[in-house]
Design a protein around this ligand. Sequence first.
Ligand SMILES: NC(=O)c1ccc[n+]([C@@H]2O[C@H](COP(=O)([O-])OP(=O)(O)OC[C@H]3O[C@@H](n4cnc5c(N)ncnc54)[C@H](OP(=O)(O)O)[C@@H]3O)[C@@H](O)[C@H]2O)c1
Length: 319
Amino acid sequence: MKAVQILGSQNDHRIILSDTLPRPTPTGQQVLIKIHAAGITADEVIWPELYASSNRVPGHDISGTVDALGPKYSGPLSVGQRVYAMIDADAPQGGQSEYAIAMPNEIAIKPSSISHAEAAALPIPALTAWEAIFKRANLDKGSKILVTGASGAVGVMLVQMAKKLLNAEVIGLASSSNHAMLAELGADQVLDYNDPDWHNKVQGVDAVFDTVGGETLTKTWNTVNGTGIIVTVGDPAPAWAFDRGQPEELQNHPEVRWLHFIVSPDGDTLSKVASLIDDGTLKPIPVVAFEVEEAVEAWKFAAQRGRKGKAVIKFVAEK
Ligand SMILES: NC(=O)c1ccc[n+]([C@@H]2O[C@H](COP(=O)([O-])OP(=O)(O)OC[C@H]3O[C@@H](n4cnc5c(N)ncnc54)[C@H](OP(=O)(O)O)[C@@H]3O)[C@@H](O)[C@H]2O)c1
């Protein structure tokens, strides 16, 4: 079957489209999915799990149809259903292939109002935003929230969920060309990260949701209120992530809570997200879809700064 593979090492990798891998067979409770589209998270090339996998097929965000069920599968899915999923980062094979295995708890019925390409862009961004807001930050309705990388895939989900589901006052940090789009999605205020002084233009936020990291993350300490929280998912992770210490900024902000997390698959949350997409509460992430033969180009596009839209690879042509 056709599949994207990442060869080489984290520091010296090469992305290819191969046609040599066999179609996987579902065992136990596994579900075999015929992939219609798979999303690209370009930073996956720096994730060590990819290099530990046997066949180096990347991709965790997928949309497709159930093709076969493992002999011990006993859940509600049936062959032919349209589904989407986040496949675990530790799975033996990723989703950028014509067929991929997913576990039952990773899968939800796909939103019916959007294409497979749009659905394939959603799982990691939507699950990351949901986990940050509802499982990590524990915020009151009407909280004041700063989202960095607000125009990115995770950012547009954060902005919309914070506004629509938490009635938050939302401040989005993004380049100015994305400000109108963010206002449409519900941002109350937009700031441009090209303004070196942006962090002095917002004060007293209850929560920072950072998807950028580095200097941007450092500057957010200036914006958060004394007992607020900073949640970051940006890659590379800060030096203090993974229990490796504490942020230096705590010296001046001793009661601010801070955390970094890695998103996990969660089919139940994807079901809720599908309903919110289908009832119009959440808008899908803008996508740029590539044919499977253009997979290498798709990865190049995904790695570009300032691109508009999340890259997805279509394994089945869609009208
Ligand atoms: N830990 C986890 O579990 C987890 C989960 C999902 C994603 N991530 C990571 O989170 C990050 C964001 O993911 P994504 O899919 O949303 O990426 P994305 O779609 O590429 O968006 C990144 C956004 O960051 C903005 N940006 C770039 N440089 C910036 C700067 N110097 N200051 C402020 N904003 C800047 C860009 O804004 P403009 O377009 O306006 O320039 C862009 O929209 C990635 O590093 C990804 O690997 C981690």
